[in-house]
Design a protein around this ligand. Structure first.
Ligand SMILES: C[S@@+](CC[C@H](N)C(=O)[O-])C[C@H]1O[C@@H](n2cnc3c(N)ncnc32)[C@H](O)[C@@H]1O
Length: 254
């Protein structure tokens, strides 16, 4: 695998946001502001509750694609949701299939969108453990995953990754990192220190361009323990704002 650093630019923008994505992020912040004012004054339910109501009302039970398309539709037509989205979601599904992983760890669940994309590709010998720190998001995700008919191979742990990781006992051969961006590198190192990463495991990190995750990228691209490649993509639910995912393969024998 080759390193591709061409999309990376040093950023002086607040929140370490990539310059090219700045306008997109400004529009997201405006949407979030409108959302929080509308919910504060009870003009509408929080968007996460609206997504759950939509899935309850409109999804075909036990049909993961029907659930995903209801969530995507909401994010494209109503307001932004911080799911991996449809374009990068397919990259995640391809990586799950190509890696042939059977013990997967996910950091950051939100409404269970990426969880469904992972679970729908697992064979009978594979399973997924997910960690989500927000209790209400975890409850919503759990119900949505259940409606999609995918709860059986799933273990959802409610808690902060830094507290949960040290309690994990098994090694993982695929780790999807998509929680708060300042925790990516710290949690990856904790996983290494706790010997929780299988040799040849795939580490799939979302939003590495949108949030200019330079420390994380420098680490996986320069450490002899990883062979790392970048896949460019657009930010979730955007046709123009750049983002991308980094896939790093772990070699514990180095
Ligand atoms: C970008 S969203 C996850 C989106 C999800 N992976 C998807 O694509 O559908 C990030 C989630 O990480 C959760 N989170 C943030 N910090 C966390 C932590 N330290 N441990 C576990 N979850 C965390 C947030 O509550 C939020 O739901």
């Amino acid at each position: 695998m080759k390193n591709n650093q061409s999309e990376r630019k040093k950023s002086s923008m607040p929140l370490r946001i990539n310059r090219k994505s700045f306008l997109g992020v400004v529009s997201l912040i405006a949407q979030e502001l409108i959302e929080s004012i509308s919910t504060k004054f009870k003009l509408k339910k929080p968007k996460e509750e609206e997504v759950l109501s939509n899935v309850r009302l409109k999804a075909e039970p036990n049909n993961p694609n029907s659930v995903l398309s209801i969530i995507d539709n909401y994010a494209y037509k109503k307001t932004f949701l911080m799911n991996i989205g449809d374009e990068k979601g397919l990259l995640l599904e391809n990586a799950i299939n190509e890696s042939k992983a059977n013990n997967i760890l996910e950091l950051g669940v939100y409404l269970g969108y990426s969880t469904i994309r992972i679970l729908k590709n697992l064979d009978k010998n594979s399973k997924l453990t997910s960690i989500e720190s927000n209790k209400r998001f975890a409850e919503i995700a759990s119900e949505i995953i259940n409606i999609a008919g995918l709860s059986e191979k799933h273990n959802l742990i409610i808690g902060k990754s830094n507290e949960v990781i040290s309690t994990l006992k098994e090694k993982y051969d695929f780790i999807f990192i998509d929680h708060w961006k300042d925790l990516y590198l710290k949690d990856l190192k904790t996983l290494e220190e706790n010997d929780l990463i299988e040799n040849n495991a795939w580490i799939f990190a979302d939003n590495v361009i949108l949030f200019n995750l330079e420390d994380y990228l420098d680490y996986v691209r320069s450490s002899p323990k990883y062979k790392s490649k970048f896949i460019p993509a657009k930010r979730e639910y955007s046709k123009s704002h750049p983002d991308g995912v980094e896939i790093s393969i772990f070699k514990n024998e180095v």
